[in-house]
Design a protein around this ligand. Structure first.
Ligand code: NAP
Length: 422
């Protein structure tokens, strides 16, 4: 029996699906010891810090992650940073394979004047702020304005716009972090514009997300029927299935009975951001449109226009991704998920993606190394292993229960350590 050691850097969906693929490829001749290493005190990546709190069903995939983690060949090393504390080269020397699964954490920039004004930020900061990511707890989100703008026509933009435009008490029964619920309750924002630079036929929203908009109980959703009709004409007689489904969903939104709620989401199409206005803070945004420049007055602009991978020393990057061929990076190094293919696809996309990379990895394997593992490199005494994470997880769920929440997320490092009992 050949016993191989594999290190997975990053405990998000792509990392777990890579571990699962390794587990599935064990046989009587070959076994894997899997060490998953995570910088944060908590695993699950975007399932914890990305998925919108009002989409709890999407988060049920965490049960799959915990099943993978419960296998005897899996160990979690959370609160351990690769790149600073321990280098990738050290891991590569010890393990038969190292898999980079660190996602894409940085928001892409528009590159227009005014983008750095106070009140202009990326969804890459705003989303983890409301999802209890410890690095973003102190983000200053100015919600003291009546209008905010979200740039981008993808599902992240949609999540951001919904969070800004929901009646905040709807968040009480979610796992939105307390500081964000408090801020949304004080928010003056009543109009949220979500702007696409192209027409509705090119929007990257997916239709289930569009179809839930008319069902919002406390938010008006405005889409101009003329925009959708023009898009249908441009899309022609045989649009792709997804485009047709999106356009049908948009027609339903445009035709929905008008409601008189306090909060409104407005969709703008063919609006290309040109300049963010303001002196000390955001005061508006200028768009170029087919009928000339248009200014929308607003106090908050959130860009949701895609992500780039954050680099780790010893790993090659290009165009916001790890340089790779089908997931192979270099000698015994592989990459999966958004760090590999860029920020696209839903959580499930990572399953087939990781499985394909793991097949290549397995085909590359030679004789197993006998060179120790990460436990010999760690000097930090506050490693959160699977058992400690389970104590944190149980504490969060228990704290949420009397409040009718799926969990009450911890955010302070000391609270994680206390709940982990280490
Ligand atoms: P996305 O789907 O790629 O959408 C990015 C949007 O940004 C596009 O509409 C793009 O427009 C626009 N954009 C890019 N550069 C721009 C610029 N310079 N100015 C104006 N607009 C610009 O990315 P995402 O929303 O970040 O989502 C990432 C992935 O996660 C997607 O696959 C998404 O479906 C998935 N996701 C899924 C869910 C869910 O299932 N509920 C939730 C969140 C995210 P162009 O097309 O014109 O370039």
């Amino acid at each position: 029996m050949l016993q191989y050691k594999v290190a997975i850097v990053g405990a998000g969906p792509a990392g777990y699906f890579a571990a699962q693929a390794l587990q599935n490829l064990q046989n009587e001749d070959r076994a894997f010891s899997i060490d998953m290493i995570e910088r944060l005190p908590t695993p699950w990546g975007l399932v914890r810090s990305g998925v919108a709190p009002d989409h709890p069903k999407i988060k049920t995939v965490a049960k799959v992650f915990e099943k993978i983690a419960a296998e005897p060949n899996f160990r979690l090393f959370a609160n351990v940073e690769i790149g600073s504390e321990i280098t990738v080269a050290q891991l590569a020397a010890q393990y038969d394979a190292v898999i980079i699964a660190t996602g894409s954490a940085l928001g892409k920039k528009l590159g227009i004047p005014g983008e750095d004004l106070y009140g202009s930020m990326s969804a890459a900061d705003f989303v983890p702020w409301y999802n209890a990511h410890p690095d973003f707890a102190d983000l200053d989100v100015p919600l003291d304005c009546d209008t905010s703008v979200v740039i981008g026509a993808g599902n992240v933009a949609m999540d951001v716009a919904r969070m800004l435009a929901l009646e905040p008490s709807e968040l009480d029964s979610t796992d939105t972090v307390d500081h964000a619920i408090a801020a949304f309750k004080k928010s003056s924002v009543r109009d949220v514009y979500i702007s696409a630079r192209r027409g509705p036929e090119h929007a990257a929203f997916t239709s289930p997300e569009l179809r839930e908009l008319p069902k919002l109980e406390h938010t008006n959703v405005i889409m101009a029927r003329s925009d959708i009709e023009a898009a249908i004409a441009r899309a022609g007689d045989a649009p792709e299935k997804d485009v047709k489904s999106n356009l049908d969903a948009m027609l339903l939104i445009a035709d929905s009975q008008k409601t008189e709620h306090e909060r409104t989401m407005h969709f703008l199409f063919q609006h290309t951001p040109k300049e963010i206005l303001g002196t000390d803070r955001v005061e508006g945004i200028v768009y170029s449109t087919p009928s000339g420049d248009v200014t929308v007055k607003c106090g908050l602009v959130i860009t949701a226009i895609g992500y780039q991978a954050e680099s780790i020393e010893g790993v090659p990057y290009e165009n916001g991704k790890v340089v790779n061929t089908d997931g192979r990076v270099k000698e015994n190094m592989y990459v999966v998920g958004w760090a590999k293919r860029g920020p696209s696809g839903v959580i499930g996309t990572n399953k087939s993606d990781a499985a394909a990379v793991i097949e290549l990895l397995v085909s590359d394997l030679k004789q197993p190394k006998d060179n120790g593992d990460i436990s010999q490199l760690i000097t930090n005494e506050q490693v959160i292993d699977q058992a400690a994470w389970q104590r944190i997880n149980a504490a969060e769920v228990a704290a949420g229960e009397p409040l009718g929440k799926p969990r009450k997320k911890l955010i302070q490092f000391e609270d994680f350590l206390r709940a982990a009992a280490i």
